[in-house]
Design a protein around this ligand. Structure first.
Ligand code: PRP
Length: 205
């Protein structure tokens, strides 16, 4: 049996499309069911729906063999007991620094973000000190209301920045979703996992 975790949220729909393309269908609709473990038409594969930030822990502990998770989540996590098997090139977006127009970086500025590690590393490498405010959503609001001077956040279409009159200052990283595997699971189930990965990469051909 292979257990595959998929992050809830923006990744889920596109990940299910990928599975459908390789003729794997879920027994319950992952977008509407409240079931957390979903069997598929392949008796050897089940899907587990997990909050994005929790996926690395489940994978690294070996409770789940494979996971589809965003690079943004991995950037924030110290888990290393997994291999990155493939870039699925879904849920593409970027992690950026943004703020009100005509701002300049300065020492001890306040930066609000859901991604404190990535933000801290970025500004440290740029030789700038800043204090990080960890928030959990609607990050743009922090700089609009002056809670912070800048934000570090995900930009996908750019609509949220535009509609709140904010400007992108720097790109920190390109983000997409990766297929990762617990190291021991990969060793023990290599043939099955490799076959699945190769189908995914060849789009079911
Ligand atoms: C994300 C991100 C931005 C927005 C960017 O938030 O934090 O706010 O999407 O997307 P856009 O460039 O296409 O406008 P999300 O929708 O995940 O919700 P959140 O506010 O709860 O973080």
């Amino acid at each position: 049996m292979i257990r595959l975790a998929i992050s809830k949220g923006r990744i889920l729909e596109q990940a299910i499309d990928i599975l459908n393309k390789i003729n794997i269908t879920c027994k319950y609709n992952p977008l509407s069911t409240r079931k957390l473990i979903i069997p598929t038409n392949n008796a050897q594969l089940e899907i587990v729906i997990i909050k994005a930030t929790d996926v690395p822990l489940y994978i690294d502990s070996g409770k789940v063999d494979l996971g589809i998770v965003g690079i943004d989540t991995l950037l924030e996590n110290s888990a290393t007991n997994h291999y990155r098997l493939a870039d699925l090139k879904i849920s593409k977006c970027k992690l950026v620094v943004a703020g009100k127009p005509a701002m300049k970086y300065f020492n001890n500025m306040k930066v609000a973000t859901k991604y404190p590690n990535a933000a801290k590393n970025y500004f440290e490498e740029a030789g700038l000190q800043c204090s990080i405010l960890k928030l959990y959503g609607s990050i743009e609001l922090a700089t609009v209301l002056g809670l912070s001077d800048f934000i570090v956040d995900i930009v996908e279409s750019g609509k949220t920045l535009k509609e709140n009159n904010l400007k992108e200052y720097d790109k920190i990283a390109d983000i997409s979703s990766l297929l990762i595997a617990n190291k021991v699971s990969y060793k023990l189930k290599k043939t099955k996992i490799d076959a699945l990965v190769s189908k995914v990469l060849n789009n079911g051909k």
